[in-house]
Design a protein around this ligand. Structure first.
Ligand code: ADP
Length: 313
């Protein structure tokens, strides 16, 4: 998506707030970000080859998304372009109480048509079957059409039967769903096709009403998730692998500048490590390291050189 953000530093959590007074924003910076986009960028920076799948338009902003992905070494060959369309847009604004307010314009976003067209879908399936691992987000499920979602779910079963692994983050955003029931039904179905679930406890609480992490663990065990990661901000990350539950501390981050993209970058650090043979425990540490770098900077995507400089130290 195209991102418009205030130039002044932003603090606090990155959720849409209720109707709040907004501060006037005289200057905005324009960038590109989005949940799966952020994760794709940081997985690639972690040294794993990535192919990003979405739909874009034929406008200059879509062109720039492709240029940026390619600049990160990400394969864009499976991204379809829809004539006359342009990407979704969101704007971050500061509220007088120091929080951030997110407004989205994504009704016309071409990404909503993922898996919808039968011809494009078959070509995409052939492409995806070549991958070792697919990463999906609940935001993608929320914006795609219901028929397409059913097709994608069926494809995941086929993909896993052929040895592919699926990683999933529920990323629950209530405004994107017709109802919480609809979200629970779809998310539950996809969790049943997830080998790795990388969930944020806050989202799970909002979606399922969990009072404690234990109920989240129990539900996902019931869905058959064999590798479960539950992120809880600065609180220890919970990891359950084949029924064994552990809590892994999150190293303190001295200056948290902006938590946008924390969960997405954690997922990237985790998956990049896991796909290169690290254990789940080692991969949690890698997820924490990746997220720590991102929340120490403003914006979801920190400049590549700054990011890689930390790696070298
Ligand atoms: P989301 O961005 O999905 O809301 P969380 O807030 O749970 O996700 O954060 C994801 C990860 O980011 C955490 O597991 C941790 O690694 C890191 N993180 C987030 N907030 C902090 C913090 N205050 N201090 C240190 N690490 C943090």
């Amino acid at each position: 998506m195209v991102e418009l953000a205030p130039q002044a530093p932003v603090h606090g959590e990155g959720q849409s707030q209720g109707n709040k007074a907004l501060l006037a924003q005289p200057s905005l910076t324009q960038s590109y970000a989005g949940d799966t986009y952020n994760t794709a960028v940081y997985i690639a920076r972690g040294g794993v080859s990535v192919s990003y799948v979405t739909l874009l338009g034929d406008d200059p902003y879509s062109e720039e998304v492709l240029t940026r992905l390619s600049g990160e070494g990400i394969d864009t060959g499976a991204i379809a372009r829809l004539p006359g369309r342009c990407p979704g847009l969101y704007m971050i604004q500061n509220t007088p109480d120091g929080e951030r307010y997110f407004t989205y314009w994504r009704g016309e976003a071409p990404a909503r048509e993922l898996f919808a067209d039968p011809v494009r879908r078959e070509a995409l399936k052939a492409h995806l079957l070549q991958m070792d691992c697919l990463y999906l987000s609940g935001i993608t499920l929320a914006i795609m059409g219901e028929e397409a979602r059913v097709e994608l779910l069926a494809f995941l079963a086929e993909y896993r039967a052929q040895g592919g692994r699926v990683a999933f983050d529920s990323n629950y955003r209530p405004r994107l769903w017709a109802s919480a029931d609809a979200a629970r039904e779809a998310v539950g179905q996809f969790l049943q096709q997830a080998d790795m679930a990388l969930l944020t406890f806050e989202d799970e609480q909002a979606l399922w009403g969990d009072k404690r992490p234990g109920s989240c663990v129990k539900r996902n065990t019931g869905f058959g998730v064999s590798e479960l990661v539950i992120k809880r901000g600065a609180e220890p990350v919970l990891l359950q692998v084949d029924g064994e539950l552990t809590a892994i501390d999150v190293p303190p981050v001295s200056s948290v500048v902006d938590t946008t993209g924390a969960g997405d970058s954690f997922n990237a650090g985790y998956l990049a490590a896991r796909l290169q043979g690290a254990s789940p425990e080692q991969s949690i540490a890698a997820g924490n390291r990746c997220a720590a770098r991102v929340i120490g900077h403003r914006g979801a995507i920190i400049p590549r050189d700054d990011y890689l400089a930390v790696e070298k130290n």
